[in-house]
Design a protein around this ligand. Structure first.
Ligand code: NDP
Length: 313
């Protein structure tokens, strides 16, 4: 067995990593080797770094002041909350609604008044997202009214739930054309503006049901899964022009659409399935949309962010 003898020379204590050498330290590299290492490191840095961009002042949502956003289907529910949150930080707002009777025109006018009180410009018009010609006109008019478009939130959406063996063509088409075609129509119309200015934020309001379905949602789940595919494709195509495209996937959110149409037992089950034990509110979704539109999220694109209290876990 080897044992160090008394005569063995005292081992020199290794220099702790990262310690600045002091006079009297054993030199570890010759001056020539030092210069070589320095040169190699410089070369490596040049290869990997490219021009460095600044990340200062992240999550300054008020930096959005003066930007212009189009939000589809904002007369009520989640779209309305998104419009109010963006206007709070000084974003000018264009929004549409469907106006198929009922109270939506009155609700839209009420929202427009509330937005103007926040001292932003507002453009509000009925426009059916299913009709690509109407969408093109809406976008052109909105850009003329606000002066630009920097943000698009594809929010307009409907459901028409039924077991798939009873689902009519009309129910299938209405949901696909609103939730998926509508988002495509707006994205296509807005993309040239975003590309020309090499800046843009697109947020698609998808759903947890684009990821995991439940009974009776074949049309809705297909439309939202399609929207997630569209999100990823658009992120790939628009990313090189400094345009971020993301989706949020809300779980059950307390809007009138939900509370009026969905049976109480389904809402109770949804509450149980959410690990946080509650349903969400429109503001929960709006807060994430605001984040995705801010520079704090500048390195996020093609992502799907659940806002579901843990429903998908
Ligand atoms: P609401 O029913 O409260 O509001 C829907 C909005 O979309 C309204 O402004 C409506 O206009 C508009 N709209 C519907 N169809 C069209 C159309 N063809 N053209 C133009 N506008 C249209 O919905 P929510 O706020 O509950 O939902 C908003 C989005 O969030 C939808 O995409 C939905 O799928 C998604 N979502 C909602 C969840 C929830 O639990 N609430 C959960 C997950 C996702 P009008 O008032 O004129 O009818």
């Amino acid at each position: 067995m080897f044992e160090p003898s008394d005569e063995a020379p005292e081992p020199t204590a290794p220099r702790p990593r990262g310690r600045i050498p002091e006079p009297g330290d054993e030199p570890t590299l010759t001056a020539e080797e030092d210069a070589e290492v320095e040169h190699a490191v410089e070369q490596l840095l040049e290869e990997v770094s490219g021009p460095e961009t600044q990340t200062e002042r992240l999550l300054q949502a008020h930096e959005l002041r003066g930007r212009c956003a189009i939000i589809t289907g904002a007369s009520r529910g989640i779209g309305r909350a998104v419009a109010l949150d963006l206007a709070e930080v000084g974003v000018d707002i264009a929004f549409n609604f469907l106006d198929e009777g009922g109270s939506s025109r009155v609700e839209a006018q009420q929202l427009a008044r509330e937005l103007r009180q926040l001292e932003v410009q507002v453009f509000c018009q009925a426009c059916d997202v299913r009709n690509s010609g109407d969408v093109n006109h809406f976008v052109a008019d909105a850009v003329e009214a606000l002066g630009a478009v920097h943000i698009l939130v594809n929010n307009a959406g409907i459901g028409a739930d039924r077991a798939l063996w009873h689902m009519t063509d009309l129910e299938w088409e209405a949901v696909l054309r609103t939730n998926l075609d509508g988002a495509f129509h707006f994205l296509r119309a807005v993309a040239p503006h975003l590309r020309a200015q090499e800046y843009g934020k697109v947020v698609n309001i998808a759903s947890v049901h684009g990821v995991r379905s439940e009974f009776g949602l074949s049309n809705y789940a297909a439309s939202k899964a399609g929207l997630l595919g569209l999100t990823r494709s658009a992120a790939v195509e628009l990313g090189p022009m400094n345009i971020n495209v993301n989706a949020v996937a809300p779980g059950y959110i307390r809007t009138t659409r939900l509370t009026d149409r969905v049976p109480a037992e389904i809402l109770d089950r949804a509450r149980e399935q959410s690990v946080l034990g509650r349903l969400g509110d429109p503001q929960d979704v709006a807060a994430v949309v605001l984040f995705l539109c801010s520079e704090a999220a500048r390195h996020i694109t093609g992502a799907v962010i659940p806002v579901d209290g843990g429903y998908l876990l």
